[in-house]
Write a protein that binds this ligand. Structure first.
Ligand code: SAM
Length: 312
């Protein structure tokens, strides 16, 4: 039996088979420097004298080219967190309100954890789980640097295998985020050594882990609660195919279009970019299941996400 092509040539052939002619522009934009925003820390907004007027995304400003890093405020907390705008939008698509019980299943380094925590202004609890001890350490520092002590008392950092969480605490959380480990092609393209050892098996094996995490999150979600699956991959095997398998095998949930999401005017052919000018729309493209931000369309991402609601 012929082995599947691997390394850089195999990588190009594989993504070209997924994306057709669009792969060339996607590849080019994945190699461009990432567009990032400074997301202002909501817990210290009253301490900040002024915010840049740039209203690119609510509560965010484009990262200036001469940005020297977040500043410390009087309370000792940092003033802003640097993120990809697509990550901000996706995390905000998971409905979280004051008083909710929230689980962030794959949390480090913690950018999305901060967004979830900021919705629990007066009450509610957040569990931020991360399997890797080293990355869990970074997560703990981020929480300490950005969230005031009183609110931190309602946040727990855990180090479990997220794919088993649903068995331990079924039907428990109002909202669960599964920001799954994924191929991260932007990172791969920047790392020739990793690219040399790439093979299609990588995505297939990740898809198994992602499916297990998604099933676990579904179990852990309370009836009527929401769970949001996301990756920073453009590999459909890790995105729509994981959701398709979930939809086929499980029942008792509905896929939701997040409220207020401004969808890009994607054409009927998913292999063509939604807009001729990649800066024309801030909205993600609709896929068979869920939505995706692609860098050749909006300048940032990639970020795939799909919001579900468990039936009450
Ligand atoms: N949500 C994070 C953020 O916004 O900063 C990024 C999460 S990253 C895409 C995925 C994380 O999942 C990695 O830190 C990885 O170590 C962790 N991870 C991988 N397998 C896991 C598992 N089975 N259970 C929990 N965490 C896992």
């Amino acid at each position: 039996m012929a082995s599947k092509p691997s390394g850089m040539a195999g990588f190009d052939a594989y993504y070209s088979s997924l994306w057709g002619e669009r792969w060339e522009s996607l590849r080019r934009f994945l190699l461009e420097p990432e567009i990032q925003v400074l997301r202002w820390n909501r817990w210290v907004l009253s301490e900040l004298d002024s915010l840049p007027a740039d209203d690119f995304l609510k509560g965010c400003a484009r990262r200036p080219s001469d940005f020297a890093g977040p500043g410390r405020t009087h309370s000792g907390l940092l003033d802003c967190y640097v993120m990809d705008p697509a990550s901000v939008i996706a995390a905000r698509c998971l409905p979280v309100k004051d008083g909710d019980l929230v689980l962030d299943l794959c949390a480090a380094p913690g950018g999305k954890t901060l967004i979830l925590a900021e919705n629990l202004v007066q009450s509610g609890e957040l569990v931020a789980n991360e399997l890797s001890p080293e990355r869990r350490g970074r997560l703990q520092k981020v929480i300490q640097n950005y969230i005031p002590r009183e609110a931190r008392e309602r946040i727990w950092v855990r180090g479990q295998d997220g794919s088993r969480w649903g068995l331990k605490q079924p039907n428990h959380y109002d909202a669960v985020l599964i920001d799954a480990p994924c191929s991260g092609e932007r990172h791969l393209l920047e790392n020739p050594t990793e690219l040399d050892s790439w093979s299609p098996k990588r995505g297939e094996s990740l898809a198994h882990r992602q499916y297990a995490l998604l099933c676990s999150a579904f179990m852990a979600t309370a009836p009527g609660g929401y769970f949001l699956y996301s990756t920073c991959s453009i590999n459909t095997v890790e995105n729509e195919a994981v959701v398709r398998k979930f939809v086929k095998k499980k029942f008792g949930f509905q896929i939701q279009t997040p409220l207020g999401l401004n969808l890009a005017a994607a054409g009927s052919d998913p292999t063509t970019p939604a807009g001729s000018d990649h800066t024309t729309s801030l909205g993600p493209e609709q896929r068979e299941f869920g939505q995706i931000f692609l860098p050749d369309q909006c300048g940032f991402g990639p970020l795939y996400f799909c919001l579900f609601q468990k039936k009450a």
